[in-house]
Write a protein of this length. Structure first.
Length: 419
């Protein structure tokens, strides 16, 4: 038996799926990427370092913030540029804002219909109009933070090597703090909707990888850890994780110790749940999970946990910034120098890694970008291979619906993967 899905809608990028099953045994399960390679790394070589974040963030229109942040961090590490604590807080705020608007989009408009047995989002919105408005309001709040801090919603302008071109408007930050109570309230209300959906019963043990930092739910800084005992500095990422270029594929896959692994919201919640903010921790406890939790469908609910946490943490950061000297985020003079730098930041879909080499005049000599989807693609296929036998007795239409839901629960970004 062959299972083929020509196109999977409601996800970033274009991909299909094909599996081969013989006598109930899954011989292969593979996502068929339908986009060409974009060669952004090659485009960056020979460019002045200041161009890097402007170009790299064009890899994705949904998560440009994390490409902006990670590329700039890597350049700062390469050239020995230090930034203030206020700058780090403002960058973390940007990333939490991206979590809010990206997760809200995926949770409600890209995945929820799969778990309510609805064929399209028009039906979903007609049945849940108030919930749709809440999801939009949450997403708008995240985008407004990006606009206030980054200068615009898509492809931010203000963040640069050494800091920010200008500090955010203090009154605009105060307004965002005032709005945070309303946003947290409706996030918790939306969380109740997701707590009530029926999640398929499926589990396959895997390795969860993410950043870790003492005392905080790490998204901007930290070491690389896993639930299997791994703990390394980011500088040793490429020595421990191997990129693979398979024949006839445009995506470089990534393995750890010769095996697939998982990143993203479910990995972060599994590894760092003790560091969640109060309301997010309460919501997670209400789900009744046992840890480690290996159900990939739970990635949806883990994103809901992170939306709540991100709203709480964004408020805390903004209050700290308002009680500090915001001018400390403005870029100060620094020297251009030759060097090699690496950096990792948690994107909504998982850990994004950059390696950059700069010459003495500030021109880029080499770049390597390892995106989240490239890292979890093999894990997704390994999961599906185990899942398919559970749905073989369903009709072809029902099998397709289950597989689309499974793939979308991972929240893949093919545009980033083919960078």
């Amino acid at each position: 038996m062959n299972i083929k899905i020509n196109h999977i809608a409601k996800m970033e990028g274009h991909t299909g799926f094909m599996a081969s099953v013989l006598n109930g045994d899954v011989k292969s399960a593979k996502l068929e990427v339908q986009e060409g390679i974009r060669l952004i790394e090659g485009v960056l070589i020979g460019r002045e370092y200041k161009d890097m974040s402007l170009i790299a963030q064009r890899i994705c229109g949904i998560c440009p913030v994390v490409h902006n942040l990670t590329s700039i961090k890597a350049l700062e590490n390469a050239m020995g540029v230090t930034v203030t604590s206020e700058t780090k807080k403002l960058r973390a705020l940007l990333e939490y804002a991206q979590f809010i608007h990206s997760h809200a989009l995926h949770l409600f408009f890209l995945s929820l219909a799969d778990f309510l047995d609805m064929d399209n989002d028009i039906e979903l919105i007609n049945k849940y109009p108030e919930e749709a408005k809440k999801a939009i309001r949450i997403r708008e709040y995240g985008m407004e933070i990006v606009k206030v801090v980054g200068g615009r919603v898509v492809h931010p302008l203000t963040n640069e090597v050494g800091g920010f071109k200008k500090a955010p408007d203090r009154e605009a930050l105060k307004k965002l703090v005032q709005d945070s109570d309303e946003i947290l309230k409706i996030a918790l209300e939306l969380g109740e909707v997701f707590r009530g959906i029926k999640i398929p019963d499926f589990s396959r043990e895997t390795e969860y990888v993410c950043l870790d930092k003492k005392g905080e739910y790490a998204i901007y800084d930290g070491d690389v850890i896993s639930n299997k005992g791994l703990k390394i500095p980011v500088e040793k990422f490429e020595a421990n994780f191997k990129e693979l270029q398979k024949q006839n594929e445009v995506i470089k896959r990534v393995e750890h110790d010769g095996k697939s692994y998982m990143i993203g919201a479910i990995a972060r919640v599994n590894n760092n749940r003790a560091k969640l903010r109060e309301k997010a921790a309460e919501y997670l406890r209400s789900l009744g999970w046992s840890f480690p939790d290996y159900n990939p469908f739970h990635n949806i609910l883990a994103q809901m946990v992170e939306v709540i946490h991100s709203v709480e943490e964004s408020r805390r950061i903004m209050l700290e910034l308002l009680n500090s000297n915001l001018d400390e985020v403005v870029t100060k003079e620094y020297a251009i120098r030759e060097g090699v730098g690496v950096a990792a930041v948690e994107a909504p879909r998982g850990t994004l890694y950059y390696h950059v080499e700069v010459d003495a005049k500030g021109y880029i000599k080499n770049v390597n970008i390892i995106t989240p989807t490239a890292q979890f693609l093999s894990n997704l296929e390994d999961d599906i291979a185990v899942y398919i036998p559970q749905i073989l007795k369903l009709s072809d239409k029902e099998k397709e619906k289950k597989l689309r839901a499974f793939i979308r629960a991972y929240d893949p970004c093919i545009s980033c993967a083919v960078h």
